[in-house]
Design a protein around this ligand. Structure first.
Ligand code: COA
Ligand code: UVW
Length: 325
């Protein structure tokens, strides 16, 4: 079954509520209207109510039945609960005055709605940069038990081909333990999307063909990932061609079970990960779904600012499906 048909059948009728802190945006409004109409998600638009309604009217969207939360008119008792919870969560790190200021930012307000279980999840980032979207989640929701760092993956899809790339969104520099953790998280995410994971830890070197600290890091990360998940099909350090192309894998890493057959690609830093997924998307014709946040303790998803309405719709389906777990 098609990936999104599968996700849609899982979330349909489950009444998962997602907050969209960029409620004024046309792409968000268009996706919200469709998600509601299709019975897949209960959308909540967060933002300036008058602006949301004016933009919807201008763009021809009927928001009847879609809840709008305007922080300015949010009930005073609920505002107080939110502030108290944020102050308690950020104790020792932010003052009450700073917490009150943080709540003026819709990304923090939306994240607190998730944290307080007012909604099941959040989708944002069509307007805000990734750092501003995910920082509140890192500070408030934090990592799932057993995870030290969160990371961001993309499911890359073209025809029947489905691959997973990570970390393309979060960790700017990865040390070996973080890269190992991303490898294991990515294998888990791949399984959620019907990919039987064969994980390659990428480098500009294959099995010692080049030397240097960068290469050593990836080799160490591979050993650590093996320790974390001994049963996983996983190998490194591999160049992309050795990981992906069977004939090249056979030449460069003949002993490897993964080389030439990898479908989960773990990049050694964010420069290569973010550039890599955008090249596959814009030159390679792959659809890029994500970034899907891995290791976070609640379903919160970032979008690329280059996202269109369809991307918002699809990332919302992924987020609603994560909320079923
Ligand atoms: C994710 C990011 C915003 C965090 O940066 P930051 O706010 O400077 O991070 P800080 O080191 O100040 O940490 C802020 C909090 O987040 C936590 N944190 C940061 N990175 C984390 C990670 N990968 N996993 C889990 N927690 C993390 C810190 O522990 C800290 O928590 P605390 O305040 O409770 O102590 C930053 O790494 C970033 O900008 N990454 C690149 C995003 C990007 O532009 N991607 C490309 C487009 S998708
Ligand atoms: C994921 C990503 O690259 O996001 P943006 O395009 O918003 O920077």
């Amino acid at each position: 079954m098609d990936l999104f048909a599968d996700l849609a059948s899982k979330v349909k009728g489950q009444n998962k509520t997602l907050v969209f802190p960029e409620g004024e945006d046309e792409r968000i409004q268009g996706a919200a209207v469709r998600l509601k109409k299709d019975g897949l998600v209960i959308p909540v638009l967060l933002g300036d109510q008058a602006q949301i309604e004016a933009n919807a009217a201008q763009n021809g969207f009927d928001l009847t039945g879609i809840q709008i939360i305007d922080p300015k008119t949010y009930p005073a008792d609920k505002q107080q609960v939110m502030l108290d919870a944020l102050v308690a969560r950020r104790k020792g790190k932010n003052t009450p005055e700073q917490a009150a200021k943080m709540l003026e930012d819709v990304s923090y307000f939306g994240t607190m709605l998730v944290y307080l279980n007012e909604v099941d999840g959040m989708v944002s980032g069509a307007v805000h940069a990734t750092g501003d979207t995910v920082r509140p989640a890192l500070q408030i929701v934090k990592t799932k038990p057993g995870n030290k760092r969160i990371s961001g993956a993309f499911v890359m899809q073209k025809g029947d081909q489905r691959l997973l790339f990570a970390d393309c969104a979060i960790n700017i520099e990865l040390d070996a333990p973080t890269m190992a953790e991303v490898a294991v998280q990515s294998a888990h995410t791949a399984q959620l999307f019907g990919i039987d994971p064969r994980v390659a830890l990428l480098s500009f070197s294959t099995k010692g063909s080049a030397k240097g600290d960068m290469v050593t890091k990836v080799a160490e990360a591979t050993d650590l990932a093996h320790e974390l998940a001994p049963d996983l099909d996983l190998d490194g350090e591999l160049q992309f061609d050795a990981a992906f192309v069977e004939s090249v894998g056979a030449k460069k890493a003949p002993e490897s079970k993964v080389a030439g057959h990898a479908n989960v690609f773990v990049f050694p830093d964010l420069q290569s990960g973010n550039i890599g997924y955008k090249i596959a998307q814009r030159l390679g014709g792959f659809e890029a779904i994500g970034p899907i946040l891995q290791g976070l303790n609640a379903p919160i998803s970032d979008l690329s600012r280059g996202a269109n309405e369809e991307d918002v719709y699809k990332v919302s389906l992924v987020t609603a499906a994560q909320a079923l777990d």
